[in-house]
Write a protein that binds this ligand. Structure first.
Ligand SMILES: [Fe+2]
Ligand SMILES: [Fe+2]
Length: 356
């Protein structure tokens, strides 16, 4: 019933996902980028095109079009920011988790997300942007991250709903990225997806336990599912007919499946799991359509999504403020590390001088 990141990797036919947690922002390229394919290609362009056509990997030292590099820097850095900002709504609950076991699990999960951010910042750095530049973009509010993390987490059941729905949507989005044409990104995603499948299971298990508890616990679990369901569906980005710029990312083998395909796949995964738990997915029009072999569902209301994306969500300002504070509080660590590296380099130089 659960998608295991490592299993899905071997199932290339399964349209399990595309893009990043912030697909709607990250796969956009300007129409001008498309003109590249219409000229006579230079030898290195031809080599790049051949690698893409063969579904091979592009590595950091390979020639690549500027637009490809820029698209990846934007997508990977936004993805990294999402992992790091995504730590906040959950770290909120570490001290209040209902048992030692839950506390340990949640702490491990939040640490995993930090690790995901670090793999991804490292992958982005291979494209020529520095960690400092990316961090400045984030704390100055110039970079985007997934809007889902701008919602508050008022109850313990939110930890369950985030794991089940948000990490679940992230898995659907990210498994195909393990085959992204850019090598360092694809390889980072392999490790990330394995951990995300654990995150989804722990979220499911939190909700399952609440649904077997008191009436108040059941209500709390259902309320969290009601609040996170629609934002989780919005993580896949706008409907296909409003996402024309995905074409270039598809052509470059970064994006593999359309937003609507992924959303459909995600809902198909949720329905049987919701039945097992006994929670209701908050869509009165959700039903299996035998003819289309797909789920019919209500229109998504994008108004709120647009508001949150524009920075007017319930927790946008708070997330950035907290990130900026953490960055400032960590200045002494960066300074100490830089000083240590300087001294080591000095010692090496002195040692090589002594040998000479
Ligand atoms: Fe993650
Ligand atoms: Fe996760």
């Amino acid at each position: 019933m659960f998608p295991r990141g490592d299993q899905r990797l071997e199932d290339d036919r399964a349209p399990t996902g595309v893009g990043t947690a912030n697909t709607q922002e990250s796969t956009m390229t300007s129409p001008a980028d498309l003109s590249v394919v219409e000229r006579e290609p230079s030898p290195e362009e031809a080599q790049f095109d051949d690698l893409i056509a063969a579904d091979s990997r592009i590595e950091p030292r390979d020639w690549m079009p500027d637009a490809y590099r820029k698209t990846l820097i934007r997508q990977i850095s936004q993805h990294a920011h999402s992992e790091i900002i995504g730590m906040q709504p959950e770290s909120n609950w570490i001290t209040r988790a209902p048992s030692l076991k839950r506390k340990a699990i949640l702490m491990a999960k939040v640490q995993d997300e930090a690790g995901h951010g670090l793999y991804l910042y490292s992958a982005a750095q291979t494209l020529g942007i520095t960690r400092d530049e990316m961090m400045d973009q984030l704390i100055e509010g110039r970079a985007r991250y997934s809007s889902i993390f701008n919602y508050p987490t008022p109850t313990w059941a939110d930890m369950g709903a985030i794991g089940w729905l948000v990490d679940g949507a992230a898995i659907c989005n990210q498994v195909p990225l393990c085959r992204a044409s850019y090598g360092p990104y694809g390889r980072a995603m392999v490790r990330i997806c394995k951990e995300e499948s654990f995150h989804q299971r722990q979220g499911f298990e939190i909700l399952l336990e609440l649904m077997q508890g008191s009436d108040a616990q059941k209500r709390m679990a259902q309320d969290a599912v009601d609040r996170w369901y629609w934002p989780a569906l919005q993580m896949f980005g706008p409907p296909d007919d409003q996402s024309p710029n995905s074409a270039q990312s598809m052509a470059w083998n970064i994006k593999r499946f359309s937003n609507d395909e992924l959303r459909q796949r995600f809902v198909g995964m949720l329905v049987p799991q919701a039945e097992v738990m006994g929670v209701t997915l908050p869509d009165p029009n959700l039903r299996w359509n035998e003819e289309r072999q797909a789920y019919d569902m209500s229109e998504i209301d994008w108004t709120e999504f647009e508001e949150v994306l524009a920075g007017r969500g319930p927790a946008n300002a708070e997330r950035i403020r907290r990130r900026r504070e953490a960055h400032e509080e960590g200045a002494w660590v960066r300074e100490a590390a830089a000083e240590y590296a300087r001294k080591q380099a000095e010692r090496r130089l002195a040692a090589s001088g002594a040998v000479a």
